[in-house]
Design a protein around this ligand. Structure first.
Ligand SMILES: [Zn+2]
Length: 242
């Protein structure tokens, strides 16, 4: 059967002699791998529609649960080629694509994540502001169940400024058993995090954010991701390899 869906290319890699395996984030099917037969021979428009970040309408041919359906059609809706042209921007975007691959299981439909990536790429295409990348990370963590909990001490509810990576949450000095590493979060950092996790992407273009507070939120988000997502997955891969 053939299925048609809107999709964003997350990455691609060579397969056999002339084929390509493309990993997509789709609106209908979540993250899927599909292959293109000799894309370079078929014509440049098809080939360029398989470049990372391209937003396209694709048709996939294969059984419902086929592990590797074939891409029979791919029509570019938006190429986002400016975002690929600057290496420094592309590397930063690669980081959020990688995070998406690590937090969203394959074939798990999540239209909110799809819309979030599309909105974020559109914003970055206009102006590559680091705020947009941070926003993407915060929203993605929320949509995939990895968000840190910042509503006072998670055990007793007292106000506190200590965020414990091992808990993914705040603890007051009485409830913390000590020894564990924590990050001090100023109230302004907590407020900015909460605000960014609530707002719609269109609002981002209009807001002004204090650089110091923004750096505090970035530090929290990156430390939390490293602890919750990256380290955990690396250790799972390591255990599986044994
Ligand atoms: Zn407490």
């Amino acid at each position: 059967m053939i299925r048609t869906t809107d999709a964003i290319v997350l990455r691609n890699r060579a397969h056999l002699e002339a084929d390509l395996i493309v990993t997509y984030l789709t609106g209908d099917l979540g993250i899927v791998d599909a292959y293109a037969k000799s894309p370079r021979k078929v014509g440049s428009r098809f080939g360029s529609s398989l470049e990372p970040l391209t937003f396209a309408r694709i048709s996939l041919y294969g059984k419902e649960q086929a592990t590797l359906p074939r891409i029979t059609r791919s029509d570019i809706i938006k190429p986002f080629n400016q975002l690929r042209e600057s290496m420094s921007i592309y590397l930063k975007i690669s980081e959020i694509l990688e995070l998406t691959l690590r937090t969203l299981p394959p074939r798990e439909r999540n239209p909110r994540v799809f819309k979030l990536l599309l909105d974020t790429l559109s914003l970055l295409d206009g102006r590559p502001d680091p705020l947009y990348m941070l926003y993407y990370k915060i929203k993605l963590l929320g949509y995939t169940g990895f968000a840190p909990v910042l509503r006072g001490c998670i055990r007793c509810g007292e106000d506190t400024d200590r965020f414990y990576l091992s808990e993914g949450a705040m603890l007051c000095s009485k409830c913390a058993e000590g020894g564990e590493r924590f990050i001090v979060l100023e109230p302004s950092v907590q407020r900015l995090y909460q605000y960014l996790s609530r707002i719609e992407p269109a609002i981002l273009k209009r807001i002004k954010v204090d650089k110091g507070v923004l750096a505090g939120v970035e530090e929290l988000v990156d430390a939390h991701i490293n602890y919750r997502v990256v380290d955990r997955i690396n250790s799972r891969e390591f255990i599986n390899a044994l």
